[in-house]
Design a protein around this ligand. Structure first.
Ligand code: ATP
Ligand code: MG
Length: 263
């Protein structure tokens, strides 16, 4: 389980980027974070994997075989160890394009093997087989040997998921994993991420309320650094307006301005 308590982060000029964010995610849950651009979704996710230290608050990870620990309070060395067990899927895939799909999956575990072995990508046959199984789980084993740079966006995102699976993480985070994909590929990716929540808590940032309504078990919404909703993934139009209202208005204004400036 991951428990986020009262996260705050401000800029030196006093502007609050995160303002008292609190929520819990258990194994079995796939939580979607929604909110307008600049709301603080990515910052929240960065606090969850220890990439960003909040000014105050805590991120407590409780897993079955270890003591709960607050990743905002541990030293760098321990943080590195904890982060090896946090799977991350990004919008931009973050894959090494010149390496094969299989090699990219194996990279997911580089931090967990000894330095001399990692220097030579010294994975055992059993590990290679396991990586292949992870690719098979996302229906990519046929393309294991292909150079990742030649894969389509949807295929690359499936390799990212396989890499996270191979890491056997205790927590899975995803920042806009479907933003670059067409609706059909987006659905495929959501269908692949959802069952992983049976093994670990899954938290993802999305810009598609219709997708989170369908695949997430819960939705939270962040606006101007504050958590403004935590509940049923199916949101009413009124709720959507509360979340995105000002952004929608801004878009309308911009559209209105186009003919004026085009004159
Ligand atoms: N390193 C930084 N220094 C200053 N401001 C930052 C920094 N990182 C983020 N911000 C600001 O914090 C706010 C929240 O950023 P964040 O990346 O979390 O937004 P987001 O909700 O993920 O938006 P999007 O949907 O566009 O990805 C934004 O206004 C952003 O400009
Ligand atoms: Mg973001």
């Amino acid at each position: 389980m991951i428990e986020v308590k009262n996260l705050t982060k401000s800029l030196p000029n006093g502007r609050k980027l995160l303002d008292g964010i609190s929520f819990k995610v258990k194994k079995g849950e796939f939580v979607g974070i929604l909110g307008p651009s600049g709301a603080g979704k990515t910052l929240t996710l960065r606090c969850l994997n220890g990439l960003l230290k909040p000014d105050s608050g805590s991120v407590i990870i409780k897993s079955e075989n270890s003591q709960p620990l607050d990743i905002c309070k541990i030293d760098k060395r321990e943080l590195r160890r904890v982060r090896q067990k946090i799977g991350v899927i990004f919008q931009g895939y973050h894959l090494v394009k010149r390496l094969s799909a299989l090699e990219n999956v194996m990279i997911g575990r580089l931090g967990q093997i000894s330095t001399w072995r990692s220097m030579f990508y010294g994975f055992t046959d059993a590990e290679a087989e396991e990586a292949l199984k992870a690719l098979d789980q996302v229906k990519m084993s046929q393309m294991a040997g292909m150079q990742t740079g030649s894969l389509s966006g949807g295929e690359m995102q499936r390799v990212s998921i396989a890499r996270a699976i191979f890491q056997s993480p205790t927590l899975l985070l995803a920042d806009e994993p479907i933003s670059n994909l067409d609706p059909s590929n987006a659905k495929t990716i959501m269908k692949m991420i959802k069952p992983l929540s049976e093994l670990m808590p899954v938290v993802g940032v999305f810009h598609q309320p219709e997708m989170t309504a369908k695949y997430c078990t819960r939705v939270i919404a962040i606006k101007e650094g504050k958590l403004i909703y935590d509940g049923d993934p199916k949101l009413s139009n009124k709720r959507l307006e509360e979340i995105y209202g000002e952004e929608l208005e801004l878009i309308e204004q911009q559209e209105h301005m186009i003919p004026v400036t085009a004159k």
